[in-house]
Write a protein that binds this ligand. Structure first.
Ligand code: IMP
Ligand code: MG
Length: 198
């Protein structure tokens, strides 16, 4: 399939100030991760656990790049208290369907920023005693890390700026863009408050 160009998105794409990773770069890197994880988990029937909604496209592409039997499940979290909107307050709003005890679990994230969300989720998953638990994230923003994040598989580093596309949203928009970019100033209102929607 031909690569989509930013022009095809019309006014919608004018909200993107700068493309950081093109569709082609993302697809290439996700395929590499799929090959690497398939080799590491041969014979282990891993369970990939994704966190909704930002991980939607990454997980779908990663799964199709994998060449071994596997299972998939989802959780959803809210990163802000609805009352106080206090950062670091994480709670589970959709739990796992598949029991993870004794399983080789790979937790798949779209982006790790402070690490607070990841830390909460890993603590929650460890309670169920998986045989192993590793982290795969498409994007890593190391600049604002508050808590150590044990990332085994990583797609790309990101600068400490708010990005959208390929599943990542700003106020629920822009998830459907196949590339990842910075929001232009005119489209950007107080993005620091926008993490809650995952
Ligand atoms: P953390 O708890 O600070 O590590 O935040 C992680 C979550 O915040 C991610 O799972 C995303 O849902 C969201 N997030 C962080 N940075 C961005 C961004 O640049 N764009 C969209 N969502 C983001
Ligand atoms: Mg997320």
């Amino acid at each position: 399939m031909a690569q989509r160009t930013v022009q095809e998105y019309g006014a919608f794409a004018r909200d993107i100030g700068q493309i950081l990773y093109t569709e082609e770069q993302i697809q290439q890197r996700v395929r590499e991760l799929g090959v690497q994880i398939s080799a590491d988990y041969e014979g282990k029937n891993p369970l990939l656990v994704g966190v909704l909604k930002g991980v939607l496209f990454f997980l779908a592409d990663l799964l199709r790049a994998m060449t071994i039997p596997l299972e998939v499940d989802f959780i959803a979290v809210s990163s802000f208290s609805p009352q106080t909107r206090q950062q670091g307050y994480v709670r589970m709003i959709k739990d796992l369907d598949i029991p993870i005890g004794g399983r080789h679990v790979i937790f798949v994230e779209d982006v790790i920023d402070t690490g607070l969300t990841l830390n909460y989720i890993l603590r929650t998953l460890r309670v169920h005693k998986p045989a192993s638990l590793e982290v795969c994230t498409l994007f890593d923003k190391p600049a604002k890390r508050l808590i150590d994040a044990p990332v085994k598989y990583k797609g790309f580093d990101l600068p400490d700026q708010y990005v959208v596309g390929y599943g990542l949203d700003y106020r629920e928009k822009y998830r459907n863009l196949p590339f990842v970019g910075l929001l232009a100033a005119h489209a950007f209102k107080d993005a620091a408050q926008e993490k809650r929607s995952g």
